[in-house]
Design a protein around this ligand. Structure first.
Ligand code: 13P
Length: 336
């Protein structure tokens, strides 16, 4: 795989006015999401739900690709079309989550490191054969008393860099995701400092591991106050702090940055992205790779009546894609 092909895929992922839908919840995470709305967590429900999302009519108007989970990339529509093929036939790039989740970082209470490097080369080879053209690895950085430590930030950056290098070797664009969690009472300034240190460490590690930035996408968390913080920042403050933090840490050669929603409500996730794009042009396209902020309304509707609400739930997915697609070019307007 040439760097030109990787760069082409990366650019297509952040095509103007388009973003990514993250539907790569692991079996344990989807179990939690289903339980919250009363959906039974069986394989057929997981398959049918992912079919609902991926076959939303005209989804590719605003969606360039989707991140799938290992189980999902092996599943098909009810008519027997593998999801990855369905996506490629409908103008969307299949992606795959390849990390194996977070585990406590030994010796560092309250901190985690993402695992999944063992056997990754072989797994990537298989995912490429199954149709994936990009892969995601999520590192998690907690904010708390004396946390994060430099050791935790570095351990996660190192793993992200090793994963990214393996992806490029196997012809997949790495989507590197260092998520600074919104959990906690910390203020927006603390989030800024932690995000800055995390991104600095990440891009240092990518450089050390010969990762080609032209064929890499950053999935970032926004610079935002913790959920329990009494002083919540305004939409403009979040947008300005996030853009400033990214500008001071992310090389301009990167093809694009997409955001996770991280527990923000739908409207906030859209408003923050829109405000960033209204600030003018940036060195990279700023778009979205939302999971919850793309899906939660649809999942709720579907849970109430799986066959009766199927089309209505798809309309909700399309509406969320449109709102976020417009926000990716700074043209979204809140509904009155
Ligand atoms: P959220 O948008 O729900 O945070 O999920 C995005 C994601 O893929 C996290 O890894």
């Amino acid at each position: 795989m040439s760097i030109e092909q990787l760069a082409e895929t990366a650019q297509a992922m952040v095509a103007t006015g388009k973003g990514i839908i993250a539907i790569d919840e692991s079996s344990s995470t989807i179990a939690k999401r289903f339980a919250a709305v009363g959906i039974e967590n069986i394989e057929e429900n997981r398959r049918a739900y992912r079919e609902l999302l991926l076959t939303t009519p005209k989804l590719d108007d605003y969606i360039s690709g989707a991140i799938l989970y290992d189980e999902t990339i092996r599943q098909s529509t009810k008519d027997g079309v593998p999801f990855a093929k369905y996506m490629a036939d409908h103008g969307m790039i299949p992606g795959i989550k390849v990390d194996k989740g977070t585990y406590p970082l030994a010796g560092f209470p309250g901190e985690v490191v993402t695992e999944g490097l063992d056997g990754l080369r072989e797994r990537l080879e298989e995912y490429y054969r199954l149709g994936a053209r990009f892969a995601k690895w999520r590192a998690v950085i907690n904010i708390g008393d004396d946390v994060p430590t430099g050791t935790c930030i570095e351990a996660n950056a190192h793993a992200l860099a090793r994963y990214a290098a393996l992806c490029q070797e196997q012809g997949l664009v790495p989507m590197v995701e260092p998520e600074v969690l919104m959990d906690g009472e910390h203020d927006i300034e603390t989030c800024y400092e932690v995000t800055e240190a995390t991104l600095r460490s990440l891009f240092g590690a990518l450089y050390e591991h010969n990762v080609l930035l032209e064929g890499t996408i950053l999935k970032a968390s926004m610079v935002i106050a913790g959920k329990e913080c009494k002083e919540q920042a305004s939409v403009e403050e979040v947008a300005e702090s996030t853009v400033m933090c990214l500008k001071s840490t992310v090389p301009a050669i990167l093809p694009g940055i997409v955001f996770l929603s991280g527990g923000q409500n739908d409207e906030d996730a859209t408003a923050h992205l829109n405000a960033m794009n209204q600030m003018g042009t940036h060195p990279w396209p700023l778009s979205f790779s939302y999971g919850r902020a793309m899906q939660q309304a649809a999942m709720k509707l579907w849970s109430k009546n799986m066959s009766g609400n199927f089309a209505k739930a798809q309309e909700t997915v399309y509406a969320r894609a449109r709102d976020n697609g417009l926000a990716a070019v700074g043209q979204w307007k809140p509904s009155p």
